[in-house]
Design a protein around this ligand. Structure first.
Ligand code: FNR
Length: 411
């Protein structure tokens, strides 16, 4: 079969190869799946206003984030349980990202340990490190209980011991490597005080097959259970009171409903020097609070439509968020980005960086590590072609004035 030319074609190939239950688990959203659809459709209301005769013989798609250059303004969003898509799951995704010099966020609910993923990055880069990876977490009600996972993400204890007992010069090299081995940022998902109402999972829960586990959680979070089985338990209770009782009885604090602006960032700062990125900001009000409480960056996200269904799309939320932030911190966005032109539109509306979630899973299911590379290469080519056709040479030149909104110009 010829290589797919678009992300939609990669998804179609993945759909063919995946068991329908797994495809549905990845593809679906909450409730009536309006947010999933809206994330996609909102892009088609925007059009690009191209400029011509701008000498676009040399187009540069790279961007700098936290002082590090990335080949593309696009990274890979965290998504749970990637081994269900096939191959080596998160390890294949990490190899693809590291090989292409791209940023990735690992889900705390991954089916590969954060140490193995970091090792795959280091091995792929062969001494020429690209953009750091980030680690996604959900915070416990009691933040101290999240500290063991945070320490592992910092990388201090992540390398095998034997690396530290070699001859003198090698061990210095290795100690240096071990500090560099940590994740740069904690991506704290804040849109999940309770799980969204995912109907497909309620009807037929996805349970991890024998041999697969969630090594980030199981080692550091006693009593943590794979998300789908929690979904099944919590979603099928008859009343909110029953859900509360079940949560208390199960001891599960993976999704904390009691966190507040006053506590969260301040307490996290006391336990780690990692950058703190809030994922799930959808309003100007929360964007302003993110700046006020000192977040290092925010991600405009509605969790790929898997949480609150009746929210707007992320591209619709982006303008008010960028205005509220006013350059005080990087604004990142995910949700429904499927083409290079979508990336362009995000950048024009004020995003500094863009993430894709499901496309990486479709790439993985289509052809493992090579499939994820295929996805990211498609986005790279489409973005670079869109920039040339729109008359811009660098990401910095993409501005708000280059976009129009359908139905506002007298159509
Ligand atoms: C997710 N997402 C997610 N987010 C997060 O913070 N932690 C997680 O473990 C997961 N897991 C997860 C699983 C699956 C199957 C999907 C589809 C999504 C949300 C993800 O990070 C991102 O916000 C969306 O996927 C972005 O939307 P698109 O690109 O998938 O449309």
């Amino acid at each position: 079969m010829a290589d797919p030319l678009t992300l939609d074609e990669v998804e179609a190939a993945a759909k063919k190869s995946l068991p329908s239950k797994i495809y549905d688990f990845y593809a679906s959203g909450a409730d009536g799946q309006r947010a999933v659809a809206r994330n996609r459709h909102a892009f088609s209301r925007l059009f690009i206003r191209p400029r011509v005769l701008q000498d676009v013989s040399d187009v540069d798609t790279s961007v700098e984030l936290f002082g590090v250059r990335s080949a593309l303004p696009v990274g890979i969003a965290p998504s749970a349980m990637q081994r269900l898509a096939g191959g080596d799951g998160e390890i294949d995704v990490a190899k693809a990202a590291a090989g292409m010099g791209l940023n990735l966020t690992l889900s705390s609910q991954s089916t590969s340990s954060l140490e193995d993923v970091m090792q795959a990055k280091i091995d792929t880069e062969k001494g020429f490190p690209g953009p750091p990876f980030w680690m996604q977490i959900y915070l416990h009600d009691d933040i101290q209980k999240s500290v063991p996972l945070i320490r592992r993400a910092e990388g201090k204890y992540s390398l095998p011991q034997y690396r530290l007992v070699k001859v003198h010069y090698t061990s210095i090299l290795t100690i240096f490597k071990s500090t560099a081995a940590g994740y740069q940022a904690l991506v704290l998902t804040v849109d999940t005080p309770v799980l969204g109402n995912r109907l497909a999972e309620r009807k037929e829960a996805v349970v991890l097959p024998k041999g697969l586990s969630l090594p980030n959680l199981e080692k550091t979070t006693p009593g943590a259970k794979p998300q789908p089985s929690i979904n099944r338990q919590f979603m099928n209770v008859r009343s909110a009171a029953e859900a509360k009782a079940l949560r208390a009885a199960s001891g599960s604090k993976m999704h904390s409903a009691s966190l507040t602006w006053e506590r969260t960032i301040t307490e996290l700062r006391k336990v780690t020097k990692m950058k703190i990125i809030l994922k799930g900001i959808m309003t100007a009000e929360d964007a302003a609070l993110s700046v006020q409480y000192g977040a290092d960056a925010i991600i405009v996200s509605n969790h790929g439509g898997r949480q609150l269904d009746e929210t707007c799309s992320t591209i619709e939320a982006l303008p008010e968020v960028s205005v509220a932030v006013n350059g005080a911190l990087p604004v990142i966005i995910d949700g429904g980005v499927r083409t290079g032109a979508d990336v362009f539109k995000c950048l024009a509306l004020g995003a500094d960086f863009v993430l894709v979630g499901r496309p990486a899973l479709w790439g993985l299911a289509y052809d493992g590590c090579r499939g994820v590379e295929t996805v990211m290469h498609i986005l790279e080519r489409e973005l670079s072609r869109t920039m040339a056709l729109a008359g811009v040479r660098s990401v910095k030149e993409i501005s708000r004035g280059m976009l129009g909104v359908a139905n506002r110009n007298g159509f």
